[in-house]
Design a protein around this ligand. Structure first.
Ligand SMILES: [Zn+2]
Length: 341
């Protein structure tokens, strides 16, 4: 199956000096737009659902569909919780069958962030699910399209703290603050590449860039050259979808075909995702020679050569995995409640 964990795709990205795009799914239209584009460009992809978007998308309703289409895809796809801040969101995503979790404790004190992230890592790793943590403050509001400014430098990720954080929590990837912000930038974004290079040297795990919308091609390139292997991209997709709808209504003010407008939105998303996949250098990475093939049987669906997937976990079937998830959920629920997460 082509549904894999973050570690499976990021190891190849780091080694091959490219980044995998993490695009937010907010409905079936965005899901199909992202996946169809990634498949046509033979690029691995991360399908993310953000906790702040739970108000738009019912997690339990959409997850079985995502898992099914990802399983049938001819590329490796990760089903990832984006910015999980609550205990409930993490547990719901695990129970629904996500293959990766971001636990964002960046608003907490360092010690509290370490403590809670460690617990999430313990729980997730037990069932072969990877975890992304966050240290430092990334500006703007996640999932928003409002104006965004990077926070003051004192909130950027510090290399010495990051080393301690990764060692103590065991996260698989780390979102770092180097001057990016969520949403649409007010003014020109200025990234601290020296800091990024130092973090990359010190950490040895894939780094994650949030707040990708509005950065230049050169910015992305320098980030990838300095260890960024996952790039979150949402606002630009949302803007493109909305612009396509606006354009259609401007040309045809009497257009009242709702699904027709959704197709316009889909086109906008597809164009944006295709452009970013090119910029992130992940286009064409899914070839039978690629190490990605060891984690994904997708190529088999193209060539007729069905391979056996080894998803990097000792668990062999979905059934076993789901049973274990259930056991872990039941066993840890009391502990975490006592921790007041
Ligand atoms: Zn983010």
């Amino acid at each position: 199956m082509a549904l894999v964990s973050l570690k499976d795709v990021l190891a190849d990205a780091r080694a091959g000096r490219y980044a995998v795009g993490s695009f937010n799914v907010v409905d079936l239209v965005s899901l199909e737009a992202i996946l169809e584009t990634a498949e046509s460009l033979l690029s691995p992809v991360i399908l993310s659902i953000a906790e702040v978007h739970f108000k738009y998308v019912n997690l339990e309703n959409i997850t079985p569909t995502i898992r099914e289409v990802a399983r049938r895809a001819n590329i490796p796809a990760v089903l990832h919780l984006d910015h999980g801040e609550s205990f409930e969101a993490v547990m719901r995503a695990l129970r629904a069958g996500f293959t990766s979790i971001m636990y964002d404790g960046s608003r907490l004190t360092f010690e509290e962030n370490v403590r809670r992230t460690s617990e999430v890592v313990k729980m997730c790793h037990a069932v072969g699910v990877t975890v992304e943590g966050e240290l430092g403050h990334i500006g703007g509001a996640e999932g928003g399209s409002g104006g965004a400014v990077a926070p003051p430098e004192e909130f950027y990720t510090k290399a010495c703290e990051a080393v301690e954080f990764v060692e103590r929590t065991g996260v698989d990837a780390l979102a770092v603050a180097i001057g990016t912000a969520h949403g649409l930038y007010k003014g020109e974004p200025k990234l601290d590449f020296e800091r990024l290079a130092a973090l990359n040297c010190a950490l040895g795990i894939p780094l994650v860039l949030h707040g990708g919308t509005g950065l230049s091609v050169e910015d992305f390139s320098r980030c990838i050259d300095n260890g960024v292997a996952k790039i979150n991209f949402y606002t630009g997709m949302s803007v493109a979808a909305t612009e396509h709808i606006k354009e259609k209504l401007k040309k045809s003010p009497e257009f009242y075909d709702y699904p027709g407008l959704l197709l316009e939105a889909k086109e906008g998303i597809k164009e944006t995702v295709a452009e970013q996949i090119g910029i992130f250098r992940s286009k064409g990475r899914c070839t039978p020679e690629s190490a990605l093939c060891r984690v994904c049987s997708g190529c088999g669906r193209r060539s007729g050569d069905i391979r056996t997937a080894t998803a990097g976990s000792s668990l062999t079937t979905d059934m076993e995995k789901e049973t274990l998830v259930q056991q872990i959920v039941d066993a840890t629920i009391d502990v975490l409640k006592r921790m007041k997460m």
